[in-house]
Design a protein around this ligand. Structure first.
Ligand SMILES: [Zn+2]
Length: 348
């Protein structure tokens, strides 16, 4: 039998797919993108650097205090755009870096698990993700366990723990690439004591370009978002430059908070607090408002180029019976052809 109607073909294909249990109708989603500036379903971790014990103090400036004020202003803006925002601390005290990274990994693994439950079911994969989520939860509950799974205290000879490697590997996923972003917020001090002329903002991203990262990652490229993170670093620095802080560029480095998870992201030094000009800006609340605007604009710009997974949009269940009644002579239209391709893409 020759099937001439495109919608009929689609209905038959979809029925076959459903009947062999590969996908259920609820998973045939409309393909669309969110509005520019809409950060719904995006997840952003803001990590205001240091705390009262580990803070950098310079004259009457406290890095941890200013970075928390900045983080809260950014959070408010991002939430206004619909994002889910996590601050890694909301007071003068912070949790150990192992706990903060374990929390990020746990959130990421839960998202990967949810995404995979929408695609081809694999109970072994889900069981493995659950096991790794439990490990991260155990680190959150008992920070000392963090030393087992993460490189802490830092040992340049150490290579990555097998479970941590698996977590970073699982996070190399479209789900994470399209929805998650990490930003650690700092201000810099000149490495030369007494040097007050160094100024400007810079970004750091994780990359196996860095020899120590390469050694730790055991020559495997777990830093799968290096390029994306570098690009985001340049976007945010361009926006920060608009506030008056000099742009010193984005560069690879080996910081714990960008090494022990595999989320696109950067550590930003928001100027040098050892420089009188930069410090005066950072101590001005109006400037921090402007800087927070720059972050919100940069984050919205970054995500505007990245479509969300289709599962976040309204489901469209194809009404097979209704379509079969259609006129056989109807010419295939682009929308129907597109839908057929999309069904196959989804299965693939
Ligand atoms: Zn710092």
């Amino acid at each position: 039998m020759r099937i001439r109607n495109t919608k009929t073909k689609l209905a038959i294909i979809l029925s076959l797919i459903i009947s062999i249990g590969v996908v259920s109708p609820a998973y045939a989603y409309a393909e669309t993108t969110s509005d520019p500036g809409d950060l719904s379903n995006r997840v952003i971790f803001l990590d205001p650097g240091h705390d009262e014990e580990t803070g950098n103090y310079f004259e009457d400036y406290s890095e941890h205090v200013t970075m928390l004020v900045l983080a809260e202003k950014i959070k408010m803006r991002l939430e206004g755009l619909g994002a889910t925002v996590y601050l890694t601390r909301d007071s003068d005290k912070r949790k150990p870096s192992e706990v903060r990274c374990a929390f990020i990994n746990k959130c990421a693994l839960e998202a990967v698990k949810e995404a995979r439950s929408y695609t081809i079911a694999c109970s072994a994969c889900i069981a493995e993700i659950n096991r790794l989520i439990s490990i991260m939860q155990s680190v959150i509950d008992d920070p000392e366990l963090g030393e087992i799974y993460m490189n802490s205290p830092y040992d340049p000879e150490r290579t990555i723990h097998r479970d941590q490697a698996r977590i970073l590997e699982l996070e190399d996923d479209k789900e994470i690439r399209s929805r998650f972003l990490f930003i650690s917020l700092h201000s810099n001090a000149s490495i030369q004591v007494g040097n007050t002329s160094d100024n400007g903002a810079c970004a750091f991203y994780i990359s196996t370009e860095d020899k120590d990262v390469r050694t730790y990652y055991d020559n495997v490229s777990y830093s799968s978002y290096s390029e994306v993170s570098n690009d985001f670093g340049n976007i945010i620095l361009d926006h920060i430059a608009g506030t008056g802080l000099e742009n010193l560029g984005s560069m690879a480095d080996n910081f714990f908070m960008i090494r022990e998870h595999n989320i696109p992201g950067v550590l930003i030094e928001n100027g040098h607090h050892t420089n009188p000009g930069d410090r005066a800006m950072l101590q001005n609340d109006d400037f921090l408002e402007t800087l927070a605007d720059a972050y919100a604009d940069a984050i919205a710009e970054y995500f505007s180029a990245i479509p969300l997974p289709a599962r976040f949009f309204e489901p469209v269940v194809v009404a097979a019976e209704e379509e079969i009644q259609e006129d056989d002579t109807e010419a295939p239209n682009a929308e129907n052809e597109h839908e057929i391709k999309r069904v196959f893409l989804y299965i693939a």
